[in-house]
Design a binder for this molecule. Structure first.
Ligand code: LMR
Length: 390
């Protein structure tokens, strides 16, 4: 049966995690997979999550099935988080999914079911799983210019020129905030320009929001996508609670679709979900719903999230200073948002960091600043300076 299988593609993030686990060196440093780590190197369960879990364990009345849309209270929370507390979400269909990866696949299947020849445009570079998920649904993928690796800045002119060329068969996939892998975000003026072009040209905006609250704050991070949501009659959105609720393994995400045919869209999403995973896991979604429904838990969660955000900002600043002290210009680290930035390193330099210094980065030079403790910043800067010498 399986003799004709081709070897599996290597995932550049998960393979780094695996190689790191297998490395026996005690001083190894993991800047690969996107998880937040505290000063002790642990990825803690957030205090509000812990408290909600205890309440849930004590009081959950049943483990019976939820419906195809998942946890409805969670879906409403996601709408309020992403669109704003007072926003009118009546034009949106929201369904809970197994993580944002599940949402990406569901939405890709929805696009393919509606317009098989649609082309999905992703940033160059983009999250490593964007293209494979879109292609697995049978969609064509193209890349638009985004990051100038040498300067860490947006290739604005080329980017806007590419968007200006999109039409009704095109889907423009954008990162809501804290761009993965570069940390380079669009300005509000960029979002406004995209909204104007989407209205005039008819392409479909699609936003992946996985790091709300890790950039400038919960509300500020959603400001750009809210410009699109207000202006565009149709839009796609996928949402993750892995990072800002620390619910990674609970696979807690959502797919949102704004359209003039909500009943048709809802029915098709249900059909697609039924055919693959049927219903999403409820645990993480119920935790989020409980936190958002309690003033105390919500305040506690927001305070912890803000502390995480400030710690990442401090790491950015300290690494930029440490690199500058070693003659490497890295002010872009201070301009970027969230967990990730890319160091402009060659493949050979990244391999040397791994082999000689036990420092693990994702191919392309992505580092997870949320995995970097202050006590190791000088060590990282020294190693980067050494491998950067030609
Ligand atoms: C990452 O980019 O490291 C995370 O989003 C983990 C993943 O699923 O790829």
């Amino acid at each position: 049966m399986f003799q004709n299988l081709s070897p599996a593609a290597v995932d550049s993030i998960l393979s780094v995690a695996e190689a790191f686990r297998a490395d026996g060196r005690t001083h190894k440093l993991d800047l690969g997979v996107g998880v937040y780590r505290d000063a002790a190197g642990n990825t803690p369960v957030m205090a509000a999550v812990r408290e909600a879990e205890q309440q849930l364990a004590a009081h959950q009345p049943s483990k019976s099935y939820v419906g195809l849309a998942g946890n409805l209270r969670f879906n409403r929370c996601v709408e309020q988080l992403v669109l704003g507390q007072e926003a009118d979400a009546s034009a949106w269909v929201t369904i809970q999914t197994p993580g944002a990866s599940g949402a990406l696949r569901l939405v890709a299947d929805l696009i393919a079911a509606s317009r098989r020849h649609a082309k999905v445009w992703i940033s160059d570079p983009s999250y490593v799983n964007h293209a494979p998920i879109m292609q697995a649904a049978g969609l064509a993928v193209e890349r638009y210019p985004y990051l100038d690796v040498a300067t860490g800045t947006l290739r604005r002119e080329a980017f806007l020129e590419a968007v200006a060329g999109l039409g009704q068969d095109d889907v423009l996939l954008l990162h809501g905030c804290c761009h993965n892998p570069s940390g380079l975000d669009l300005t509000l003026a960029d979002w406004q320009a995209i909204a104007t072009m989407a209205q005039a040209q008819g392409f479909l905006p699609f936003v992946d929001m996985a790091y709300q609250g890790f950039g400038d704050g919960l509300e500020q991070d959603a400001a750009g996508l809210r410009v699109l949501a207000a202006a565009c009659p149709e839009m796609l959105l996928v949402y993750s609670c892995s990072k800002h609720f620390g619910l990674y393994r609970e696979r807690t995400g959502a797919a949102m679709v704004k359209s003039a045919q909500p009943a048709l869209v809802r029915g098709k999403l249900f059909e697609l979900a039924r055919r693959s995973y049927t219903m999403p896991p409820d645990h993480g979604a119920e935790i989020v719903a409980m936190i958002m429904a309690s003033d105390d838990l919500r305040a506690n969660w927001q305070a912890e999230l803000e502390a995480m955000r400030l710690r990442m900002l401090a790491s950015r600043d300290k690494l930029a200073t440490a690199l500058a002290q070693r003659g490497l210009a890295a002010d872009y680290l201070r301009q970027h948002k969230g967990m990730f930035s890319m160091l402009p390193l060659s493949d050979a330099a990244i391999a040397r960091l791994r082999d000689e210094f036990a420092i693990y980065l994702v191919a392309g030079g992505r580092i997870n600043l949320a995995g970097l403790d202050e006590s190791r910043i000088d060590e990282l800067a020294d190693a980067v300076a050494q491998v950067s010498q030609v």
